[in-house]
Design a binder for this molecule. Structure first.
Ligand code: PGA
Length: 243
């Protein structure tokens, strides 16, 4: 099974034209799961109302971008896993570097994972990735293992891991194949050690139509998390067609 996840972040994507563009490209049938992570909470309703049938879009595919670590109560601006469940989210991202930047520690990311498990929201996509500073100090392995260990604490297991080096996100410069391979080896070794080697690993960071084929040639890659190149429905469908 392969995964392709669009990360629309806070971009105000016009759903109607995005879908038209997306559906204008034929995507060969494959075992690909497509999800769109967005703040547009009524997206699945919109898609149900779409007159055009699509192998990829006729299933629930809206995914949340974050969840509160709190169960319930007075937390203005936050959204609970219970509410996400009611909204029929088809999964949730946690630990994206842009969310970690605004204060999420490894512990908070872990708690968010617990909330999603409790609400039986799946897939839980755990994002990890180092900064350029850490990479240059040769501390990547330690950093990634620490992010993984903190999340996996007490038997918590994500459904998918997305490796997203911070220095490659939104920069137009994807990590080199060698660099991604090395990071994947670190992650795989960790997963092997805890008997969880089947967790799919995705890559994210300036994935585009120009580099998708090369990225998909990486051993043990199970798909991609795509930011900027997912905002254009046609480019995103062209990327999907390469799977
Ligand atoms: P990008 O974003 O594709 O624009 O680099 C990826 C992400 O943040 O998930």
């Amino acid at each position: 099974m392969k995964y392709l996840i669009a990360n629309w972040k806070m971009h105000d994507v016009d759903l109607e034209s995005w879908l038209k563009e997306f559906l204008s490209i034929e995507i060969p049938l494959s075992s690909l799961k497509i999800r769109v992570s967005s703040n547009l909470f009524d997206m699945s309703k919109f898609i149900e109302a779409m007159p055009i049938e699509s192998e990829f879009l006729n299933k629930p595919f809206w995914m949340a971008q974050d969840v509160s670590q709190n169960i319930d109560g007075s937390h203005t601006g936050q959204i609970s896993s219970k509410i996400l469940k009611k909204l029929k989210t088809a999964g949730c991202i946690v630990g994206h570097s842009e969310v970690r930047e605004s204060g999420d520690s490894n512990e908070i990311v872990h708690q968010k994972g617990i909330r999603l498990k409790e609400a039986e929201i799946s897939p839980i996509v755990l994002c990890i990735g180092e900064s350029l500073e850490i990479l240059e100090k040769n501390e990547r392995e330690l950093f990634l293992i620490n992010q993984l260990k903190s999340f996996f604490k007490n038997g918590l297991i994500p459904d998918i891991i997305a490796y997203e080096p911070i220095w490659a996100i939104g920069t137009g410069k994807s990590a080199s194949i060698d660099s991604i391979n090395n990071a994947f080896k670190i992650i795989l070794k960790f997963l092997l050690d805890i008997d969880s080697k089947d967790i799919p690993i995705l890559y994210g960071g300036s994935v585009s139509i120009n580099n998708i084929e090369e990225i998909l040639s990486i051993n043990s890659i199970s798909g991609c998390l795509v930011g900027n190149s997912s905002l254009d429905g046609e480019e995103f469908a062209r990327i999907a067609a390469k799977f």
